[in-house]
Design a protein around this ligand. Sequence first.
Ligand code: CA
Ligand code: CA
Ligand code: CA
Ligand code: CA
Length: 356
Amino acid sequence: GPAVLLRAPEAAQFLRQRQRRAFQIFEETKQGHLERECVEEHCSKEEAREVFENDPETEYFYPRYLACIQKYGSPYTRSPDFLTCVHNLPNQCSPDPCHKEGTIKCEDLKGDFYCECKRGWQGKTCEKDIDECNVQNGGCNQLCLNKLGSYRCSCYNGYALKDSKICEDIDECTASAGICGEAHCKNLLSSYECLCDAGYKYDEARKTCQDVNECEEKLCEQTCVNSPGSYSCHCDGRGGVKLSRDMNTCENIIPCVPFAVGKSIKSLYLGRMFSGTPVIRLRFKRKQLTRLVAEFDFRTFDPEGILFFAGGHRDSTWVVLALRNGRLELQLKYSGIGRVTGSGPLINHGMWQTVS
Ligand SMILES: [Ca+2]
Ligand SMILES: [Ca+2]
Ligand SMILES: [Ca+2]
Ligand SMILES: [Ca+2]
């Protein structure tokens, strides 16, 4: 392009607009000297030394000054490229040697520069990321993740960040209500637990408490009957065994009173099996009726049946103790007047019990 002639003040103005930073350190008086000695004329190294008033800057400047001349011609050609070339030399921040991402600003020094680094960066030109995780795990109490120019803390599963550094257990029970469905929720470190009442187990998929079928665990020695939240064991009484105190095993039945078979063969009849005739037939010959007390143990799953009958052959007075719909029922007939009464809990659950 055409040569542009600029006088010193105009050149300074021109530069101030294009290279503002150049003048932060390099004062205007020195700029004036530089214009006179080395831009308008060809300066010697001695003259350059007088401009800069220090060796490091002079040592930096002069070989590059000669390079500008080599490249763009002598000062007397007034080439704009030469002007730009020389004007940039005193400023070691032009072109900016600092790493763009990591630097706050470049500071021009005597033949040198200083890059002021942003937090998280280091190195002469702020080009190196600081691995904050190397020092005390970056202050994170669980995971530290280094990133270019920064870092961040992170947590294991079941934890959440608090104040960007500390991981705290998530209380899943309050954070997400209903997480356990109908079960009871219990918070744990790093996790949580869904709890059911004894005899029930938690069904993860349906979020419900399901009855445990204890009978599958073979806890009972003989018969097992599962029930909601529980189970019961039963033993074969006809086989001569009853349920033990541990409620699982069976033990031999030892009669508390031996049958006095020998006393009266007529009054006691013990059948082997009940088939229409009574198991036990008792006959009493009392001149005066006082009272009758009977107590016996039994167990049954049947909802209906006669437990006890007492009465004469011909007269119409009798008493029956029976089960109806699983409950005890007492029927009385005395001198032609009948009474029926029933009450109590369901007792046809197969457990041994005493009725008197
Ligand atoms: Ca400088
Ligand atoms: Ca980093
Ligand atoms: Ca938790
Ligand atoms: Ca059960």
